[in-house]
Design a binder for this molecule. Structure first.
Ligand code: G3I
Length: 403
């Protein structure tokens, strides 16, 4: 019990130290809260069994510099974690060494929170309330985060992907049912968000410091994506989702809109247009730039986008899913590292100017785990050896501290 109370305290303190939309307090170091996290983790480690034998297929990591320590004066450094990471000793040790924020890569998406088949079996009972399951998959990353004192970015409440299609149909059956009307879908939406917020707050108090409330609502062709959320509720489903999230989220939880290719001018302006009413209603805290990039995205256009979201909307910005596609040629690793160094410098320069960049997440641990593994886009090789891109990220923080 003592450890759990300590963990809730740690996460509450870390919440206070990160994610603030006030640029002045946002520049505060998280070093203090990191030391609290480490002390709790250390004491937790002391009270546990001696460390497992290190599998020789992995390189030793004990002499690695830590990203979370290097970036402590700036913002938390996160990682998308899968069960493969949280259930393996060596992967988990590297994740704990490097990161002070985590995002469940898949486990907390609607497909693991919504129980559409139960709705199909009992449509009258669940007519306006999507049954929830919060299955073992949903819980595993939260258990890992709680045990290790790592605050969580909740990903994601609403998306057009990895969402059981049946929830949009009155009888929960996409083959035989009719689509829900606006009124019914709004009730289902509100009840789902209420259930997620209440369940996570009851079982993991203080652990989730931010939620991706709506993910990828802007279409690549421009305008609002014509998803089933749009088709049933209408264009204002984005505003309604944030209204419900603000209504039920625990005090202090930061609410984000999250998307990719945000540096494309048309998409960027469509995002700004779509979020203006949400900002006016006071129901959003930030924009998540997924940042699945390559050298084709110039650091200056990346930085301009961060600045525009802050200047035009007054919001904080989080980098939520960074990976950097390697190019071709024998020198791809050098080019990837050089690009990362320039990108991090552009981000840290904005941070130094007071732009509220409040967390920075890498979308995976080792290249072989990446959704884009053929592009080798992450910081570590499959044997946990460091890549030059990792060293470049560390160096960028050191340069910023010495500038
Ligand atoms: O869990 C099943 C497993 O049982 C099955 O054997 C296996 C083979 O079919 O598939 C497994 O599910 C896969 C899931 O990842 C878990 O590994 C899905 O097929 C696969 O499509 C899914 O991919 C995820 C993708 O989102 C889905 O759209 C990626 O891991 C994940 O990195 C990616 O993340 C998204 C963000 O959530 C939003 N931004 C874009 C980003 C990249 O697409």
């Amino acid at each position: 019990m003592k450890k759990q109370l300590l963990m809730a305290l740690v996460c509450a303190m870390l919440l206070a130290g990160c994610g603030s939309s006030d640029s002045s307090s946002d520049n505060g170091s998280t070093a203090a809260t990191d030391s609290v996290t480490e002390s709790v983790t250390d004491s937790a480690a002391e009270s546990e069994a001696p460390p497992q034998e290190w599998d020789s297929k992995f390189v030793q990591i004990t002499d690695y510099p830590s990203l979370k320590d290097a970036y402590a004066p700036f913002f938390p450094i996160g990682c998308a974690l899968s069960d493969k990471v949280t259930s393996s000793y060596e992967y988990a040790e590297l994740a704990k060494q490097q990161f002070n924020s985590m995002t469940a890569e898949n486990s907390m998406k609607p497909e693991n929170g919504m129980d559409a088949s139960r709705g199909r079996n009992l449509p009258d009972k669940y007519v306006d309330h999507i049954p929830t399951k919060f299955n073992a998959a949903f819980k595993r990353p939260l258990e890992f985060a709680k045990e290790n004192g790592i605050p969580v970015r909740g990903h994601t409440l609403l998306w057009h992907n990895q969402t059981p299609e049946g929830i949009f149909y009155v009888n929960y059956d996409k083959d035989t049912g009719e689509l829900c009307d606006r009124e019914l879908m709004l009730k289902r939406l509100e009840n789902y968000i209420k259930d997620v917020m209440e369940w996570t707050n009851e079982n993991y108090p203080g652990l989730i410091y931010a939620w991706d409330v709506v993910n990828e609502a802007i279409d690549d062709a421009g305008g609002i994506r014509k998803s089933l959320w749009y088709q049933t509720i209408g264009e204002d489903y984005i505003e309604k989702a944030f209204e419900y999230a603000r209504k039920y989220a625990p005090e202090g939880t930061k609410l984000f809109y999250n998307d990719y290719n945000t540096y494309q001018q048309r998409k960027r302006s469509d995002i700004i247009k779509a979020l203006k009413p949400v900002v006016e209603a006071g129901n959003i805290d930030g924009v998540g730039m997924q940042s699945h990039v390559g050298t084709y995205v110039t650091p200056s256009s990346f930085a301009d986008t961060i600045k525009m979201f802050h200047d035009e909307l007054g919001l904080e910005v989080q980098i939520t899913e960074l990976d950097v596609e390697c190019g071709n040629g024998d020198d791809w690793e050098d080019k990837q590292a050089e690009y990362m160094g320039k990108l991090m410098k552009a981000v840290l320069d904005l941070k130094a100017e007071g732009v509220p960049i409040t967390s920075f997440t890498i979308w995976g641990l080792t290249d072989d785990m990446s959704w884009k593994k053929d592009n080798k886009p992450l910081l570590f090789n499959s044997d946990l050896s460091r890549k030059k891109i990792f060293d470049a990220m560390i160096q960028a923080a050191e340069d910023a501290k010495n500038s």
